[in-house]
Design a protein around this ligand. Structure first.
Ligand code: ZN
Length: 132
């Protein structure tokens, strides 16, 4: 599973996002066993319920009995384009719970209109984050 394949799966699931803020995010994580779980951000118009794409993917993984993942791809932006998007603080802390060296692959459209990627370890995205 290449990073680009993971990004493509995140782009695909992003089409199902429901976002009152009109910022649409998709995520795809790769488990140690080689399975992929995807998620998109979901919310209600009244703002009472909101959940990030990363957390949806992680919940799907956990509900299927898997416990570990090695990388997660994240893509986001307004409806018609992908801009460089990093996980929010809550998701960074949650991702770190599964390992300090998990790779976060951010996919975005570069100035040439091509999909590009930036890879960071979760401990780079959340320096000093809580971990046991
Ligand atoms: Zn988040």
């Amino acid at each position: 599973m290449t990073n680009r394949e993971l990004i493509n799966m995140a782009i695909e699931v992003r089409k199902n996002a429901i976002s009152p803020t009109k910022y649409y995010v998709g995520a795809a994580l790769l488990t140690e066993s080689g399975k992929v779980y995807t998620g998109c951000n979901l919310g209600t118009e009244d703002g009472i319920f909101n959940i990030c794409a990363e957390r949806v993917a992680i919940c799907k993984m956990l509900s299927e009995g898997e416990k570990k993942f090695t990388k997660i791809a994240v893509v986001g932006g307004p409806e018609d384009k992908l801009i460089y998007t990093t996980p929010c603080g809550v998701c960074r802390q949650l991702i770190m719970t599964f390992g300090t060296d998990i790779e976060v692959v951010m996919g975005y459209t570069n100035e040439n209109g091509e999909i590009d990627e930036k890879i960071m370890k979760i401990n780079e995205l959340l320096p000093g984050g809580f971990s046991m």
